[in-house]
Design a protein around this ligand. Structure first.
Ligand code: SF4
Ligand code: FES
Length: 256
């Protein structure tokens, strides 16, 4: 906690389902090292109990608190006020783009979750298999009775879809997170099934290579690189298939 408080005007998007959006301003004295989510919670607690927003873990694990802060996609539980404004001033808070608004800062991510589910991505793994570089794998010495589980890489926050220009123009585009999950599964288990799911005009080939998804991803998934790498695999597979004898040719081939 710093001693100096900043006066910040939070301009917050308000909207009921199907209703007209408008902006309401709330002025708070904040510690600059507080997080944006802290400010939103304070607005709800002290100024307006009708404000709706999503959150759960408060430590960048559940993916629930994604919003646009001054026009940029952020996990608000790890975004400090000082990182988005200098010496007070104004902070604009909006819901994620490319999802229908349910209410205020809450968007409907149902379609996205269904697409992730259909891709077959297993987003939860035992800690030993999913550990990040700073985590220690479980060993005989540090193991506990029940091996904990955590989300693997993608926390399904939707920031990459909100920032994506292709998702903005084509609602059928499956989006960076689904393609990244297909790539992750293909790397672990290189079977045609994952290529087939991704090699589609609403899949790999819809991406404009804007790399915005990689810029905003809070979890180091690097969806843009994964999409490009999957494209390379598809192209090399197609080129190889030109030189591969067709099954009918194989049958007719005579031994030399
Ligand atoms: S790929 Fe990154 S930005 Fe996209 S949903 Fe997963 S964690 Fe969020
Ligand atoms: S509240 Fe869970 S990621 Fe922010």
């Amino acid at each position: 906690m710093t001693e100096q408080l900043w006066q910040v005007h939070f301009k917050v998007h308000r909207q009921r389902t199907g209703g007209k959006p408008y902006v309401r301003t709330f002025t708070l004295d904040v510690d600059p090292e507080e997080y944006i989510l802290d400010a939103v919670e304070r607005i709800w607690a002290l100024h307006d109990r009708t404000l709706t927003y999503r959150h759960a873990c408060h430590h960048s694990t559940c993916g629930a608190c994604g919003m646009r802060v001054n026009g940029r996609e952020k996990l608000t539980c790890i975004t400090t006020i000082s990182s988005v404004t200098q010496n007070g001033g104004t902070v604009r808070i909006d819901p994620l783009r490319n999802f229908p608004v349910v209410s205020d800062l809450v968007v409907d991510m149902g379609n996205f979750f269904l697409r992730m589910d259909r891709s077959g991505f297993n987003s939860v793994a035992p800690l030993a298999a999913a550990c990040l570089p700073y985590e220690q794998p479980l060993t005989a010495e540090n193991s506990i009775d029940h091996e904990p589980e955590r989300l693997v890489d993608c926390i399904e926050c939707g920031l990459c879809i909100s920032v994506c220009p292709a998702a903005n123009t084509d609602k059928e585009y499956v989006g960076p997170a689904v393609l990244a999950s297909l790539h992750l599964m293909y790397v672990q288990n290189p079977t045609q099934e994952f290529i087939d799911q991704a090699d589609h005009h609403t899949g790999l080939w819809r991406c404009h290579s804007a790399y915005e998804c990689t810029e905003v991803c809070p979890s180091g998934v690097d969806p843009a690189w994964r999409i490009m790498d999957m494209r390379k695999k598809v192209m090399s597979d197609r080129i190889k298939s030109i030189f591969r004898p067709r099954s009918s040719e194989k049958k007719n081939a005579q031994p030399a």
